[in-house]
Design a binder for this molecule. Structure first.
Ligand SMILES: [Fe+2]
Length: 249
């Protein structure tokens, strides 16, 4: 499946074509059995996965195919969820944070999204290596965050999960449009070992997300979301993966 790997400075870019189904099993969790029955899923055509090594930490980037077709249904569903629940509090400063069981959703658009996130995530994690032979990769939690103008997420990590990620559903601005600061709405990753400028290594990495893009990274990696200042809500889905012992047949 790995078709090309090219090294350039600290960037390793891998183009991975996802063509084969990934078998999911999750103990005490029927989600994956159910979504595997969605036969209309077309990701096997091509999914491009990029990996960057930043501070020696792999950060994967995936653009979900056919995202635009499903975007509005996802936006409508998540805004409706917010109406029905006061939300909960984690790293969100002013934003709405759903419960962490979105991976149990029966909503068709969410199941479509989960399927792509799951398959992308497994590809990334397996590419990173160090997955024991007797382990399987399961999505342990998933949630949606809706940030209005001025809302942000304080620095945090997703430890003790093994891998984490975020998928962008609806953002306010094009990558080139800025409102108050050059990092509005960006995700910012923090170097786990910030040694300082004498090593010519900035202590943070800023990514400007776009709709339908997924980042997958080790759960220990501290990150934050800068505030945005536009009227339209910023919607993103986050998730955690764990490596757990395989179920006995
Ligand atoms: Fe996070």
């Amino acid at each position: 499946m790995m078709r090309a790997i090219r090294d350039s400075d600290n960037l390793v870019r891998a183009v991975v074509f996802v063509r084969y189904p990934i078998i999911w099993r999750c103990r005490n969790d029927s989600l994956y059995d159910e979504i595997l029955r969605i036969k209309s899923w077309k990701m096997e055509e091509q999914a491009k996965i990029n990996r960057e090594l930043q501070f020696g930490v792999p950060i994967y980037e995936v653009d979900l195919p056919d995202f635009a077709t499903h975007k509005q249904a996802l936006v409508d569903h998540f805004l409706a969820l917010r109406k029905d629940s006061p939300g909960t509090k984690y790293s969100n400063q002013g934003g709405w944070h759903s419960s962490q069981n979105l991976h149990h959703s029966k909503e068709p658009s969410v199941q479509w999204l989960l399927q792509l996130i799951a398959r992308s995530g497994v590809q990334c994690i397996r590419h990173a290596g160090n997955v024991p032979e007797d382990a399987q990769i399961v999505m342990a939690s998933c949630w949606v965050i809706i940030n209005e103008a001025g809302d942000w997420n304080m620095p945090h990590a997703h430890f003790p999960s093994d891998w984490s990620g975020v998928c962008y559903i609806d953002l306010n601005e094009k990558a080139t449009k800025r409102t108050r600061a050059d990092k509005d709405g960006d995700i910012i990753f923090f170097d786990p070992l910030p040694l300082g400028p004498q090593y010519r290594r900035p202590p943070t990495l800023t990514k400007t997300p776009v709709d339908g893009r997924v980042f997958v990274f080790p759960a220990y990696l501290v990150h934050m979301v800068a505030p945005h200042f536009e009227n339209k809500p910023r919607i993103a889905v986050s998730f955690n993966f764990n490596l757990v012992p395989k179920q006995k047949a």
